[in-house]
Design a binder for this molecule. Structure first.
Ligand SMILES: [Zn+2]
Length: 231
C-alpha cells in the first residue's frame, strides 16, 4: 500500500512539474532505466516531446539521464530513470508549502468575514462585498454572510491529508537512509578487510626480504671467514 501511495505522490510530482502527460512516466520507468525510444513508444509521443518532458523534470533533479552514442548513426540516445530520494525531497517541500498555505487560509477564514452569492456561488471578502453595497456584481442578488464551518472543515481535512503524506514521505526517506547506511557499512567493512590483507601481505614481503638479507649477510660473513682462513 505504501508503495502505491509513493507512486501516486511521484505521479503528482511529475504532473506538477511537466503536466498531466508526464504522469505515466512513473509507471513506465518504475525502478528501471529506460531509453527514450521505448518511453516515446509507450507514451505515444515523439522522442523530442519525451525529451522536453524529461528536461523539465531534470531541472528539478528528479530524474537521472545517461547517454550513449549510437555508433552506427553517430547521435546520442538518452536513457532515463527516476531519482527517487530527490523526488521525495522535492515532494516534501511542495507538501510543506501546501500546509503553510492551508494554515494561512484557516487563520484568515477564522478572523475575517466572507459574503456569498447563492446564485453564482461566488464568495468575496467583506471589503469587496461592501464595495458592491452587498449586491452580487454578476447577478445583482443580495449577498449573504457566508458561514465558515464548511470551508474550515474542508481546509482542516486537506491539512490532515497533507500532514499524513509528509509522514509517508519521511518514512520512505528514512527507509532509504537506513539502506544507504547499511550499504556504506558493508563497503567500510570490505575496505577495512582489504587494508588489513594488504598490510599482512606487506609484512610478509618485508619479512621475506629481511630473511633474504640476513641469509645474504651470513653467507658473506662465511665467505669472508673462509677468505681469512686461506690467508
Ligand atoms: Zn450572483
Amino acid at each position: 500500500m505504501q508503495e502505491t501511495l509513493i507512486k501516486n505522490l511521484l505521479r503528482e510530482l511529475a504532473r506538477n512539474i511537466s503536466g498531466k502527460n508526464s504522469e505515466t512516466i512513473v509507471d513506465i520507468l518504475k525502478e528501471k532505466t529506460v531509453n527514450e525510444f521505448k518511453i516515446a513508444d509507450k507514451m505515444k509521443l515523439t522522442v523530442n516531446q519525451v525529451r522536453n518532458i524529461f528536461y523539465k523534470l531534470q531541472s528539478y533533479d528528479v530524474v537521472i539521464a545517461s547517454r550513449k552514442k549510437d555508433k552506427r548513426k553517430g547521435w546520442y540516445i538518452y536513457s532515463w530513470s527516476i531519482n527517487v530520494p530527490k523526488s521525495l525531497e522535492v515532494l516534501r517541500n511542495i507538501k510543506q508549502k501546501q500546509i503553510f498555505d492551508i494554515e494561512h487560509n484557516i487563520k484568515s477564514r477564522e478572523s475575517k468575514r466572507f459574503y456569498l452569492c447563492t446564485g453564482c456561488n461566488i464568495e468575496m471578502t467583506e471589503e469587496s462585498a461592501l464595495s458592491h453595497n452587498f449586491f452580487c456584481p454578476e447577478c445583482g442578488r443580495l449577498l449573504q454572510l457566508s458561514p465558515p464551518e464548511g470551508y474550515l472543515r474542508e481546509q482542516r481535512q486537506k491539512l490532515e491529508h497533507a500532514k499524513k503524506e509528509i509522514a509517508i514521505i519521511d518514512a520512505e526517506l528514512g527507509k532509504m537512509n537506513v539502506k544507504k547506511m547499511a550499504k556504506r557499512a558493508r563497503k567500510d567493512k570490505k575496505e577495512k578487510k582489504a587494508k588489513k590483507e594488504k598490510r599482512r601481505r606487506e609484512r610478509k614481503k618485508k619479512a621475506k626480504l629481511f630473511n633474504k638479507s640476513i641469509k645474504k649477510s651470513s653467507k658473506k660473513g662465511k665467505a669472508k671467514k673462509s677468505k681469512k682462513k686461506k690467508r
